[in-house]
Design a binder for this molecule. Structure first.
Ligand code: ACO
Length: 332
């Protein structure tokens, strides 16, 4: 069952932050054997933001949270919980959420990180929304943040062209009108070798050999991931809509994980949904993993496509290492 029961949960505001440094395809083509044309045709990416030395996930996440709080006109000390989704934390512990809590001065808040591939964004939302619906918390910051540029092998053209750094935050509150309609999470752990970062933890502790073998970097079966999305997501998203009492054509805005434009277009085609209903920004940010859907949401609000209080139906969906996938539907 994926409908959200209990107290109404509302999306109050959003915020985002990206590093000021950028890297476009032409610059990348001087680093690895690739071209702007190949990257644009195969992925849709033109430019990505890359964190500078000393700029960490907690810095970007804190900035995105401050922007969401400012937009809502509420202070950090009124937040009950900060849930951060990330695959590139500053350190494994302490959690990024704890650093954020300290930086923004959310003195009355708890803090936790969720790690679930790019779909961590949806996992974090499930925690935040269900915590409010159950009465546990009243105000929650749900954040996705990545500095994956530090976990990428910059000599591997099959991965280094894809990723960008950034953060997106969503402020949730207990409201009077139902905002969050449903949230669903799935996984297929038999495919856990599709996207991995093999070394540096308990299975393969850091050693000279793991460093020489570049095992501390993201490794991906790109083709398999691509095929997985086309095989699984269209049917799954139809199911998500049906569980929320909706048909795909009832959704006003689709916010897909920004991994590859061909993935988004393929899924929309199979769902028979108008391409123009998708809020995309992959060309300007690349794949920001657990941050991507929240950055796209923030842009959707900022440019006036999503309007608070208008009751538009928005479906947000992601997939990633695990393989995990999931979606949530809310009314603006
Ligand atoms: N520039 C030029 N040529 C390249 C590049 C590049 N950057 N990368 C690969 N190629 C070459 C390959 O070597 C291959 O050459 P060959 O035919 O001579 O062997 C050819 O291009 C085709 O390679 P494919 O891997 O088949 O290319 P494909 O069209 O599948 O695109 C891509 C690769 C972009 C990675 C695609 O498979 C994809 O986007 N997959 C999904 C990735 C994804 O969504 N990952 C999510 C991970 S996020 C997370 O959870 C952390």
């Amino acid at each position: 069952m994926s409908l959200i029961a209990g107290r109404p949960v509302q999306v109050v505001s959003t915020g985002m932050a990206v590093p000021s440094k950028t890297l476009d395809n032409h610059q990348l083509s001087k680093v690895v054997d690739t071209t702007d044309q190949w990257i644009v045709e195969r992925t849709g990416i033109k430019i990505r933001h890359i964190a500078s030395e000393g700029e960490n996930a907690s810095d970007l996440a804190s900035c995105a949270c401050r922007r969401a709080l400012e937009k809502a006109g509420v202070s950090a000390d009124t937040v009950d919980m900060i849930v951060v989704a990330t695959n590139s934390p500053d350190t494994l512990f302490p959690a990024v959420s704890c650093r954020v809590q300290g930086i923004i001065g959310a003195v009355n808040s708890g803090a936790m990180d969720v790690q679930s591939g790019c779909n961590g964004s949806i996992s974090a939302m499930s925690v935040g929304a269900s915590g409010i619906a159950s009465g546990l918390w009243n105000r929650v910051l749900v954040v996705g943040v990545e500095v994956l540029s530090r976990l990428i092998d910059w000599s591997d053209r099959s991965t280094c062209i894809l990723f960008g750094d950034g953060a997106g935050a969503v402020l949730l509150e207990a409201g009077s009108k139902k905002g969050m309609l449903s949230c669903d999470l799935r996984a297929d752990g038999t495919l856990c070798d599709y996207i991995t970062l093999p070394a540096g933890l308990s299975a393969l502790p850091a050693s000279d050999e793991t460093v020489r073998g570049k095992k501390h970097f993201v490794s991906m079966k790109g083709n398999e991931v691509f095929k997985f999305t086309q095989r699984v997501l269209p049917g799954y998203l139809s199911e998500v809509c049906a569980k929320a009492g909706l048909a795909p054509e009832d959704i006003d805005w689709w916010v897909f994980h920004q991994a590859n434009m061909r993935i988004v277009e393929g899924v929309l085609r199979r769902l028979k949904v108008d391409r123009r209903k998708s809020i995309d920004n992959l060309d300007r940010y690349g794949n920001t993993s657990a941050a991507s859907v929240f950055i796209a949401l923030d842009e959707g609000y900022k440019d006036g496509r999503i309007v608070s209080g208008k009751g538009q139906k928005v479906l947000v969906t992601s997939f990633g290492a695990g393989m995990t996938y999931g979606a949530f539907v809310f009314e603006s």
